[in-house]
Design a protein around this ligand. Structure first.
Ligand SMILES: *Cc1c(COP(=O)(O)O)cnc(C)c1O
Length: 351
């Protein structure tokens, strides 16, 4: 090793799902929305002029923050936007998880949490999910430096009822509790009403899944004004101009089109429930996902073999080489037509 290499920050990076060039595939591997964004978005994009691109964007992202605040009935000072929720969550780790005590998150969860903890050298403890993959609130009551979990959890899709979320927030008033609600819009109850009572709670949302805008990279945290102020202080010490102007405009227009949003999330929920019934008929079992994906395993066939077979047929799903879940596949809910092609293919393999 050269001398300088001793002083390099060495990290094991997060591995995102594949984004293949091939347009012919059925892409069910990264939980993208199969529908286009609101038509308001494209129209607004066409109106962007040179002057808007020549200048730096508004560092406070006011256009987007105002639209989000209005939509959720919150104050602008309660919204912290970023380049996808990944950026927002990374800022949250850097800002709030500075204690010597370990932060807690589930053992099977969004794998980026562990990556950020390692990157920022934050001590952590992973809390094993229960037998049926459920998060057990009592595991989150010990002394800790902060808590984060997705609700619904990823990649299981299981939703933790609001009462239990509240129990975790309420019994941890001395630390910040982050609820990552990337999949909340597909039919479960948000923790937002708890914000009135708890100033140690942050709720994080994204435009990537339910608003069909993974390409625009927009996420945001909602919480007490004091927490948002601390996040802004760190952000302005890191990169003032996170969101570009096209994303600010796209995000604001998208959130104003609530009718379209409800329409596409409803379609995905219906396709998800239909897909569950079909998967059951084929011998799959799975936790009752409330996300835009199903995390399933087959009684007779190995997940890895199914994964390879599907890929040969140009159908991409996600497989995690990780203890306890390596016999599961995470399948994003696409359009009904995509799911039909996917299920036909599965049926051929399983027959
Ligand atoms: C997809 C996802 C994110 C990241 O979403 P972006 O907003 O696209 O960065 C965060 N948390 C969970 C649990 C996710 O599944």
């Amino acid at each position: 090793m050269t001398v300088w290499e001793k002083y390099v920050r060495k990290v094991t990076p997060y591995v995102p799902g594949e984004q293949p060039d091939n347009k012919n595939i059925v892409k069910l591997n990264t939980n993208e929305n199969p529908y286009p964004p609101s038509p308001f978005v494209k129209k607004a994009m066409e109106g962007i002029n040179d002057e808007q691109l020549r200048l730096y964007p508004d560092p406070k992202a006011s256009l987007l923050v105002k639209a989000i605040a209005k939509h959720y009935g919150l104050k602008e000072e309660q919204i912290f936007p970023g380049v996808g929720s990944d950026d927002v969550l990374a800022m949250c780790f850097l800002t709030f998880f500075q204690s010597e005590k370990p932060i807690f998150f589930p053992d099977i969860t969004y794998s980026f949490y562990e990556v950020w903890a390692n990157l920022y050298r934050i001590p952590y403890e992973k809390k094993p999910l229960g037998e049926n993959f459920q998060i057990c609130p009592k595991d989150y009551l010990g002394e800790n430096g902060g808590i984060i979990f997705p609700n619904p959890n990823a990649p299981t899709g299981l939703f933790l009822p609001l009462k239990e979320v509240e129990e975790i927030v309420e019994k941890n008033r001395d630390v910040i509790v982050i609820v990552d609600e990337a999949y909340i819009d597909f039919g479960s109850q948000t923790a937002l009403p708890l914000l009135e009572r708890y100033d140690n709670l942050l709720v994080v949302h994204t435009f990537s899944k339910s608003r069909a805008m993974a390409g625009a990279r927009i996420g945001f945290a909602m919480g007490d004004t004091k927490l948002i102020q601390y996040l802004n202080d760190v952000k302005f010490s890191f990169n003032s101009y996170t969101l570009g102007l096209p994303s600010l405009i796209a995000g604001a227009r998208a959130i104003e089109d609530n009718g379209y949003f409800l329409e596409i999330t409803e379609k995905i929920k219906n396709t998800r429930e239909w897909t569950k019934r079909e998967l059951r008929k084929l011998g799959f079992s799975f936790p009752d996902s409330m996300g835009n994906f199903v995390f399933a395993s087959h009684e007779k066939y190995r997940a890895e073999d199914i994964f390879v077979y599907l890929k040969e047929k140009n159908i991409y799903v996600r497989h995690f080489q990780q203890p306890r879940v390596d016999n599961y596949l995470r399948m994003t809910i696409g359009t009904k037509e995509q799911m039909e092609r996917f299920l036909d293919c599965l049926a051929q393999f399983i027959r």
